[in-house]
Design a protein around this ligand. Structure first.
Ligand SMILES: [Zn+2]
Length: 230
C-alpha cells in the first residue's frame, strides 16, 4: 500500500455536489455525473496503481476493472459520500473465471473484497492509503505474501493484520503475481551482478516512472527488495 496524496484541486462537479444535501447516499452517488473528472484526477495521483494492492489499473492484460472506492463507505458515513479525500481508485474482481472457480475460493481483493464491501471491519484498525507513511506497516516475503512489518509494535501489527485480512491482500492471485515479480527481479539482478551500468539501468527502470505519472505494479514491494541496491 503506497501513500495516496490527493491533488489539491477538488474536481469541479464534486465541489458543486458537496454543497447539496445527501439524503440517500447510494442513489445520490449512482446519479452523480461527475465521476469521469474524479477518475482523471485520481489516476495520475495514484500513479495508475490500485491504492490498496498496487496492481496496474489500466493494464489490459490483467483483465481487472477499477472503480471509485469510498474508503469509508456511503452507508457507514453518508457525509463523506462526496468528500474527495474519501475517494480513491481500487481494482475490482478478477477477470479470470477459471481462477475464481478452481484455484482460489476467495479471489476478490481490495474495495470489492467480501469484508470491505460488507463493512465487516473495524475502522479504528483499518489502515487507509491516505494515512501518512501507510507503506511502513507492510512487509513482503519472498513468496509474495504480505505480512505486518517486523518493526511494528503490537498495536500496529494488529492494524496491519486486520487490513491485510479485510482487503484480502494475500489472495492467491496477488501472492503469486508479487512472488513472480520478486523472483524475476532478483534473477535479473543476479545475472547483472558483474555489469554495474546495466544493473543501475535495470533498477532505475524498476523503481521510477515507466510513463508520465505511471509506475510498475507492486511499487512498494519493488522498493523493499530493490531500492537498497539502486
Ligand atoms: Zn487492488
Amino acid at each position: 500500500m503506497k501513500q495516496l496524496t490527493h491533488p489539491l484541486a477538488v474536481p469541479r462537479q464534486l465541489q458543486r455536489r458537496q454543497q447539496q444535501a445527501v439524503d440517500d447516499p447510494r442513489t445520490a452517488w449512482q446519479r452523480f455525473r461527475g465521476k469521469a473528472e474524479i477518475y482523471d484526477a485520481l489516476l495520475p495521483a495514484q500513479r495508475h496503481l490500485c491504492a490498496y494492492c498496487e496492481v496496474e489499473l489500466d493494464n489490459r492484460e490483467e483483465a481487472l476493472g477499477y472503480h471509485i472506492e469510498h474508503i469509508e463507505s456511503k452507508s457507514g458515513n453518508p457525509l463523506l459520500t462526496f468528500e474527495f479525500h474519501n475517494l480513491m481508485l481500487s481494482c475490482f474482481k478478477t477477470g479470470n473465471e477459471a481462477e475464481q472457480s478452481n484455484e482460489d475460493l476467495n479471489p476478490v481483493s481490495c474495495g470489492h473484497s467480501e469484508l470491505k464491501r460488507n463493512n465487516q471491519y473495524d475502522a479504528s484498525l483499518f489502515i487507509k492509503p491516505t494515512e501518512q507513511d501507510c507503506q511502513r506497516y507492510f512487509f513482503y516475503e519472498l513468496d509474495g505474501r504480505v505480512v505486518p512489518h517486523p518493526d511494528l509494535n503490537e498495536t500496529e501489527a494488529a492494524r496491519a493484520d486486520h487490513t491485510i485480512e479485510v482487503l484480502n491482500l494475500n489472495c492467491l492471485r496477488l501472492q503469486r503475481d508479487r512472488g513472480d515479480m520478486i523472483r524475476e527481479g532478483l534473477e535479473i539482478i543476479s545475472d547483472l551482478a558483474d555489469d554495474d551500468c546495466a544493473l543501475k539501468c535495470f533498477l532505475h527502470l524498476e523503481l521510477n516512472e515507466i510513463a508520465t505519472n505511471k509506475l510498475f505494479a507492486f511499487h512498494t514491494t519493488r522498493c523493499q527488495f530493490f531500492q537498497d541496491l539502486a
